[in-house]
Design a protein around this ligand. Structure first.
Ligand code: HEC
Length: 147
């Protein structure tokens, strides 16, 4: 009997918790949405090196043949961030290309929220860097690619 009461109490508590969160989104304004996006992207300032078109193209093919698309799409956030969002955050330079290649090989979490990226230990550093170059070539201004 006591067990049943505890159970009912839990159901009531969970119920009111859910009600309070479902009424939340209406209160948020467009300004808050814009800020949330900026908070998500957290753009890192820095100048951009150019990316050889051929390398970005090879990176795109490597990504197509790997498992990346199970968690990433080009433009929309899925389990992992959109490739265009990653491109928006990081400047194109040696440090960031190496950092991101390291993240792809070793996996990671926390940079974009809770979900975890699985490691890819069989990828060579060179291939991981080509993948990064493709992803970073998706910056909105698009002026980075050189022949
Ligand atoms: C199991 C799902 C999953 C797979 C498969 C996956 N990713 Fe991710 N990826 C994620 C998640 C989740 C994040 C965000 C991690 C974080 O918040 O730090 C992420 C983040 C990234 C980042 C940004 C890392 C950072 O520190 O900002 C890059 C670049 C990336 N992925 C590339 C790839 C590539 C290339 C592949 C394929 C070889 C791949 N991912 C496969 C889930 C995945």
């Amino acid at each position: 009997m006591i067990r049943l009461q505890k159970y009912l109490l839990l159901v009531v508590a969970l119920g009111s918790y859910c009600l309070s969160c479902s009424s939340e989104p209406e209160k948020r304004s467009t300004v808050a949405t814009t800020n949330r996006r900026a908070d998500y992207i957290r753009q890192i300032p820095g100048s951009n090196d150019s990316i050889p078109f051929k390398e970005a193209q090879r990176g795109e093919v490597l990504i197509a043949y790997s498992d990346c698309h199970t968690c990433h799409t080009r433009d929309k956030r899925a389990k992992g961030p959109a490739f265009t969002d990653i491109a928006e955050r990081y400047p194109v330079n040696r440090n960031h290309i190496e950092y991101l290649a390291h993240r792809i090989i070793n996996g990671g979490y926390g940079a974009w929220g809770r979900p975890v990226m699985s490691p890819h230990p069989n990828l060579s550093r060179e291939d991981a860097e080509l993948m990064v170059k493709y992803i970073l070539s998706l910056k909105a201004d698009g002026a980075l690619l050189v022949p």
